[in-house]
Design a binder for this molecule. Structure first.
Ligand SMILES: Cc1ncc(COP(=O)(O)O)c(C=O)c1O
Length: 380
C-alpha cells in the first residue's frame, strides 16, 4: 500500500466558514467587549443550556477544561481530602485534583469500555475520601448508576470529567445531567470546540455565583477579594468560535458515526483487533439508552508488541495515530507509586486511537484500516 501524500493526524480541528467568523466578529467590534462576561459569552451560555436541556443557572464557561475542573473541585471544598480517579486518562484530570491540594487515589477501570469501575473505587473509600472523579473516556458513558449508589452510600461527591463527552446522551438526557458536576473540554482536538474552552455543569445552581467569583480572581469589588480565585474566564472570541461550532455539532457527530462504522466494518472479522465497546456489560445501561458522539476511534490489539508495531509503522504511511492513554498517570513523575491497576495497565499497553475528523474521507478511513490490518498481520 502506498503512503498517504498528506499527513493524517489522529484528529484535526473543525473550522467554520471564515466568512461566518468575520461576520460574527463584527458583533464583537460593535459591542466593544472582549472578555469579562460579555454578551457573546452569555449568548453561548444560553445556547449550551438549550442544547443540553439544562437551566442556564446550572452551567458556567471557562477558558479551558483543566481550569474549569480545577475551579469546580475547589468550589466543592475538596482540598486536603482524597479524591478517587482513573489512571487511564489525560494528565489534566489528576493535575486538577492535585493543584487544589487534594490527593488523587487511583482505582482500576472497566475492561469493556475502559471507564473507572465503581466496584474498584468502593474498595478504596476511607473516611478521608470526599469525592470521585470518573472520566467518560472517549465519550463512553461511565456506570452512572454505580457512582450514584456510592454517592448515596458514602456521601461522596461525583464530578465527571466529561472532556470527551460533549453531545453524548443517556436515557434521553444529556450526560451532563448525571452526578454533582461535569466538565466538558472545548479544546480544538475535541469534536466540539471554542478554540480553547471549558464548560462546567452542576446540579446545585447555588454554586454558580461562587464559580463565577472564583474564575474572576474572587474579586467582588475594587476593595473586596474573598478567596484565592484565578483567571479562568472565557473571552468573546472563544465564545464566537463556540457559537459557530454549535451550528455544526450535530453534523460533526453524525459524520464521526460514519467513520466509526467504517472502521467497525473493516475490523469486524479480525481476531486480533477489536474496537473498544462504549458500553460496559457490567452496568444497567443498554445500547438503546445511549446516544453516542464517536469522539474517538480506539482499538485494542492482541498485545503490546503488535500495538507498538502498528503505532510505529503507521508513521511510514504518514498516519499519526495516538496511544491514548499510554502511559498510565501512575507512570508519570507526580503520580508514581499509586495503586496497582492491572486492567488499566493492560488496556494502556494494547490501545491505539485511530484518526477521526470532519475532513477525513471514508475512502481514507478504509485505507487506514487496511494498512492497520496489514501491519497487525490480519488477513480478513
Ligand atoms: C480527559 C481529559 N480531561 C481534561 C482535559 C483538559 O481539557 P483542556 O485541554 O480543555 O484543558 C482533556 C483534554 O485536553 C482530557 O482529554
Amino acid at each position: 500500500m502506498e503512503p498517504f501524500e498528506k499527513t493524517i493526524l489522529v484528529t484535526r480541528p473543525y473550522f467554520p466558514p471564515l466568512e461566518d467568523f468575520k461576520k460574527a466578529c463584527e458583533k464583537i467590534w460593535q459591542n466593544q467587549y472582549l472578555t469579562n462576561n460579555g454578551p457573546v459569552l452569555r449568548e453561548f451560555q444560553q445556547r449550551l443550556a438549550d442544547y443540553l436541556r439544562m437551566d442556564v443557572k446550572n452551567l458556567d464557561l471557562f477558558n479551558n477544561g483543566t481550569l474549569a475542573l480545577e475551579v469546580g473541585l475547589y468550589a466543592l471544598d475538596l482540598s486536603g481530602y482524597d479524591v478517587i480517579t482513573t489512571p487511564f486518562t489525560f494528565v489534566a484530570t489528576a493535575h486538577a485534583i492535585k493543584r487544589i491540594g487534594a490527593n488523587p487515589v487511583f482505582a482500576d477501570i472497566d475492561p469493556e469500555n475502559l471507564c473507572l469501575d465503581p466496584a474498584a473505587c468502593e474498595k478504596l473509600i476511607t473516611p478521608r475520601t470526599k469525592a470521585i472523579v470518573p472520566v467518560h473516556v472517549y465519550g463512553h458513558p461511565c456506570d452512572v448508576d454505580g457512582f450514584a449508589r456510592l454517592s448515596e452510600k458514602y456521601g461522596v461527591k461525583i464530578i465527571y470529567d466529561a472532556a470527551h463527552a460533549f453531545g453524548v446522551k443517556l436515557r434521553d438526557r444529556s450526560i451532563a445531567a448525571y452526578g454533582d458536576m461535569s466538565m466538558f473540554s472545548f479544546h480544538p482536538t475535541k469534536l466540539f470546540h471554542s478554540c480553547e474552552g471549558g464548560l462546567l455543569t452542576f446540579a446545585d445552581s447555588s454554586l454558580q455565583a461562587k464559580l463565577e467569583q472564583l474564575r474572576n480572581f474572587a474579586i467582588l469589588s475594587e476593595t473586596k477579594c474573598i478567596d484565592v480565585g484565578t483567571n479562568a474566564k472565557m473571552n468573546e472570541l472563544q465564545a464566537t468560535m463556540g457559537n459557530l461550532c454549535m451550528n455544526a455539532v450535530d453534523r460533526l457527530i453524525a459524520y464521526r458515526r460514519s467513520i466509526h462504522e467504517t472502521y467497525e466494518k473493516a475490523f469486524a472479522r479480525c481476531e486480533n483487533i477489536r474496537m473498544v465497546n462504549p458500553i460496559s456489560g457490567n452496568t444497567n445501561i443498554t445500547p438503546d439508552d445511549f446516544s453516542r458522539n464517536d469522539a474517538y476511534c480506539p482499538v485494542l490489539f492482541k498485545d503490546f508488541e503488535t500495538r507498538e508495531k502498528v503505532y510505529k509503522e503507521l508513521k511510514k504511511y504518514n498516519v499519526f495515530a495516538r496511544r491514548y492513554f499510554y502511559p498510565l498517570l501512575t507512570d508519570f513523575t507526580p503520580y508514581l507509586g499509586g495503586n496497582e491497576t492491572p486492567v488499566a495497565k493492560d488496556a494502556a499497553a494494547r490501545v491505539l486511537t485511530l484518526p477521526t475528523y470532519d475532513n477525513l474521507s471514508l475512502h481514507d478511513v478504509e485505507k487506514i484500516a487496511s494498512i492497520v490490518k496489514e501491519i497487525a498481520g490480519e488477513s480478513k
